[in-house]
Design a protein. Structure first.
Length: 159
């Protein structure tokens, strides 16, 4: 998966390839929380990963109700939110460049959408997308989307 990430995002502004140490840390930190229902993969004829999506049920409502505190009642709110949410957070979607525009992303979305239907998930939220990352933006052309936030970076040179 990290090979796909490094090769998919390497042309994006400010991207830095993940190191072995970072990869190990991410696996240790996040692997226990991956819900297989919302992890979709596509492999080629040699069983090599060519695309994937990593999504998580949103716990934002639980965080709001708990006030961001990890007290016993706060943890109950988080767990309840995880299982009752109607929102899926799309954390990472990556397809190797040579497989982009070949239908791999359609296969990934088909799997994720099936799981959303089965689990009463009615909306999804993506991470921020670069305005000039057309391949990422085009993934959502067939969906009813609403942009609710915009982030920009500005440079000012000081003499």
């Amino acid at each position: 998966m990290f090979y796909v990430i490094n090769n998919t995002f390497n042309k994006l502004y400010e991207f830095t390839p993940l190191t072995k140490e970072q990869i190990d840390k991410y696996v240790q930190s996040y692997a226990p929380f991956i819900n297989k229902k919302y992890f979709a993969t596509v492999v080629d004829s040699n069983d090599n990963l060519v695309g994937f999506a990593l999504c998580f049920p949103s716990i934002n409502n639980g965080l709001i109700k708990s006030g961001g505190k990890f007290t016993p009642s706060g943890i109950c709110h988080l767990i309840s939110s995880y299982f009752k949410t109607k929102t899926l957070e799309l954390w990472l979607i990556g397809v190797l460049p040579e497989y982009q525009s070949t239908g791999v992303s359609a296969l990934i979305f088909h799997r994720i959408i099936q799981q959303c239907i089965e689990n009463n998930i009615t909306r999804a939220i993506t991470n921020p997308q670069l305005e000039d990352n057309l391949s990422a933006l085009q993934l959502f052309d067939d969906f009813s989307i609403k942009q609710y936030q915009r982030r920009r970076c500005y440079k000012k040179f000081i003499n």
